[in-house]
Design a protein around this ligand. Structure first.
Ligand SMILES: C[S@@+](CC[C@H](N)C(=O)[O-])C[C@H]1O[C@@H](n2cnc3c(N)ncnc32)[C@H](O)[C@@H]1O
Length: 249
């Protein structure tokens, strides 16, 4: 069984990953963007507290989870383990601005007035910081007020304990009431990027719900039946708020 430490993260190719997944926006990602946009907008409909800090865990070469947090946050941290992805993200957050590949995703966010008020490219450069680190080292001491984690806890290891630990570490990194969005490849048997193979833990709606038991209020699970490559059966999106239970990690 491949554990997180066994996978070739130092060989992760972010450009090949973007080519495979995001360069041509897929219907399912645009649907996820709409669901996340409407969910976060609803959470902040009565006003945005001062100094909200956001985190995207295992950000990799995907900016749309971070874009979803721009209107609400004073700062956003992109936490990522693979060095090539850290370099990719640092370039995206540099003064040159992020790649045009992310514009179609912002166009969908921009249909909401709160997002439309933001100039995304300059704001991204101003408030986003990139840090190399492991989800599995988050120990509940550092906490954020809004968080996203896309295709990470299920897509970093074959080990059930590491999946649950990833979920626990993510939820324990959120303050009470923090809105979150997390996405999972349903029943994934692993994935390839270029000539490298990466592990996955097979999840379905039930496993995702179970993994969040005790951590979330108002949990919404969207079981999206879109298949984007061989070796999985759909995509699951979980939306909710961190409840008041004390951090377990
Ligand atoms: C399938 S990719 C998902 C990337 C991106 N979030 C997305 O939505 O496309 C899995 C990501 O998890 C990252 N990762 C793997 N192990 C990790 C760990 N222990 N802590 C944080 N990130 C990790 C990988 O480097 C990679 O960026």
């Amino acid at each position: 069984m491949d554990r997180n430490a066994d996978a070739p993260w130092s060989k992760f190719d972010p450009e090949a990953y973007v080519d495979l997944n995001y360069r041509t926006p897929l219907e399912v990602d645009l649907l996820i963007v709409r669901l996340m946009r409407d969910y976060f907008s609803g959470c902040f409909a009565n006003g945005v507290p001062d100094s909200v800090r956001g985190v995207d865990v295992g950000a990799g070469a995907n900016l749309y989870p971070a874009l979803s947090m721009l209107p609400w946050c004073e700062k956003v941290l992109l936490l990522e383990y693979a060095r090539p992805n850290v370099e990719y993200l640092e370039k995206q957050a540099s003064p040159a601005g992020y790649d045009v590949v992310w514009d179609p995703f912002w166009d969908v966010f921009g249909a909401d007035p709160a997002y439309r008020r933001v100039e995304p490219r300059s704001r991204f450069g101003e408030i986003v910081r990139v840090e190399r680190g492991s989800l599995l080292d988050l120990d509940g001491q550092r906490r954020w007020d809004i968080g996203t984690m896309f295709f990470v806890a299920d897509s970093m290891s074959e080990c059930p304990e590491e999946f649950q630990r990833g979920m626990t570490c993510f939820m324990d990194a959120l303050t009470e009431g923090a809105p979150f969005a997390a996405a999972f490849m349903k029943e994934s048997v692993g994935y390839r990027i270029g000539d490298q193979r990466y592990p996955a833990y097979r999840v379905n709606e039930h496993r995702v719900r179970e993994s969040l038991t005790g951590f979330a209020d108002g949990l919404e699970i969207h079981d999206l039946h879109h298949v984007v490559r061989p070796g999985h059966e759909g995509i699951i999106l979980a939306l909710g708020r961190r409840n008041s239970a004390v951090a377990a990690t």
